[in-house]
Design a protein around this ligand. Structure first.
Ligand code: GRF
Length: 204
């Protein structure tokens, strides 16, 4: 059995974190268990969700660090201390550098609210509406040092409606995120995925 200690990095509401906690409780997260939550912002709802589930939390306020390298080094130490096998960025609004990523090769994933490589960065749903695409969605991908540029693990499509606003489109995409992310974590924990270059395959 492949056990996976999952540490989730958050910055805000934490509904994706909640989807992982709910999946774990429902027995659908496979061999994965959420063992810690780290936020770069104090007082966010995601920390309350973790505490309510009995998961240890840490706050590393990025504003208290001299630069990105110092923050990433401290974050890496925290995540290593929590014994992470897999690091999940769930609404974590900081770009990570090699100083962090080198400690967790192929073990950091992110959930993003667009069909990458379209609309990376902030406000994916707003960018999709602005561009006028008819289909958007969400992507789970490995994290590299770029902005939402790592190899794609899983995607789900969400049709754009003529009367969509940023809020309504984001809300429908979020529903798919909450399904896609726990499934990807379960697959990774069960060693059912293999990355070859940019392509991630299901192991037969
Ligand atoms: C999600 O749309 C996620 O894809 C994006 O930020 C949002 C965070 O939502 N990166 P939550 O904090 O998980 O509720």
């Amino acid at each position: 059995m492949t056990a996976s200690r999952v540490v989730v990095l958050v910055s805000g509401g934490g509904t994706n974190l909640q989807s992982l906690l709910d999946a774990e409780r429902a027995g659908t997260l496979g061999d994965a268990a959420v063992v810690g939550v780290v936020s770069n912002r104090p007082g966010v709802r995601a920390l309350e969700r973790a505490a309510a589930a009995g998961v240890p939390t840490r706050v590393l306020d990025h504003r208290a660090f001299a630069d990105r390298a110092a923050f990433d080094a401290a974050l890496r130490a925290e995540v290593e201390a929590l014994g992470a096998d897999l690091v999940v960025l769930a609404g974590f609004m900081r770009v990570l550098t090699e100083g962090f990523l080198a400690g967790f090769v192929d073990r950091v994933i992110n959930i993003h609210p667009s069909l990458l490589p379209a609309f990376p960065g902030v406000r994916g749903p707003a960018q999709a509406l602005q561009y006028g695409v008819k289909i958007s969605g969400c992507t789970v991908h490995f994290v590299d040092a770029g902005l939402d540029t790592g190899a794609v693990i899983a995607q789900a499509a969400v049709p754009v409606r003529d009367d969509d606003t940023e809020e309504t489109l984001a809300a429908r995409i979020l529903v798919e995120e909450h399904r896609l992310l726990p499934a990807a974590v379960a697959d990774l924990a069960g060693a059912r995925l293999r990355r070859e270059g940019r392509r991630v395959h299901r192991v037969p």
